[in-house]
Design a protein around this ligand. Structure first.
Ligand code: SF4
Ligand code: SF4
Length: 168
């Protein structure tokens, strides 16, 4: 459930047009939606999102925008070659810039900021790695905790830290 509502300052169609997307070629065939694994379990409907953007409806406040797992099935199958996933990610980016992010996604982003991993390792993973003949810890900040400060600096320099902070 999204708490903050974005006031539409930019028209969604302009956001995508400015980013080089040609959504006007969409023929509403629904191939994208038909093959969407996430849409089977959530309200995500890629065809509808594209149509809403064309009509300049308020998609930036739509929770479903955040249900895409970026598996790219829809983009690979679109007969019109529309970069559906890239379009969804562009819309999400705009939503984030305006301080709007699904709380679960914000939590993951904050985990990256805090621990350098979206999904930190646990005992189970370490055991499985060992069974596979791997080091218990991967060559990330788990093994090199001193590098965490560098990761944080890097994220800060890209604006990630500011964008993922809790909004009022
Ligand atoms: S598959 Fe492509 S053309 Fe068909 S509805 Fe989806 S975006 Fe439009
Ligand atoms: S990339 Fe996203 S919208 Fe496309 S099929 Fe996968 S989950 Fe669905």
């Amino acid at each position: 459930m999204i708490v903050k509502m974005i006031k539409m300052t930019l028209k969604p169609s302009h956001i995508l047009e400015d980013a080089g997307f040609s959504i006007l070629t969409c023929m509403q065939c629904g191939t994208c939606t038909g093959g969407c694994p996430s849409g089977t379990y959530t309200g995500l409907n890629t065809r509808r999102i594209i149509q809403s953007v064309r009509r300049d409806k308020d998609v930036l406040n739509d929770d479903d925008l955040w249900m895409c797992t970026t598996c790219y099935t829809c983009q690979e199958r679109c007969p019109r070659g529309i970069r559906t996933v890239d379009a969804i990610l562009t819309l999400r980016t705009e939503a984030i810039k305006q301080g709007f992010m699904l709380p679960a996604h914000r939590k993951v982003a904050q985990a990256v900021l805090l621990k350098g991993h979206a999904v930190p390792i646990n005992d189970d993973f370490m055991e499985k790695r060992e069974q596979l003949g791997l080091d218990r810890l991967p060559n990330t900040v788990h093994k090199f905790p001193d590098a965490l400060e560098q990761v944080k600096k890097l994220l800060e320099s890209t604006g990630f830290t500011e964008l993922t902070e809790e909004s009022e």
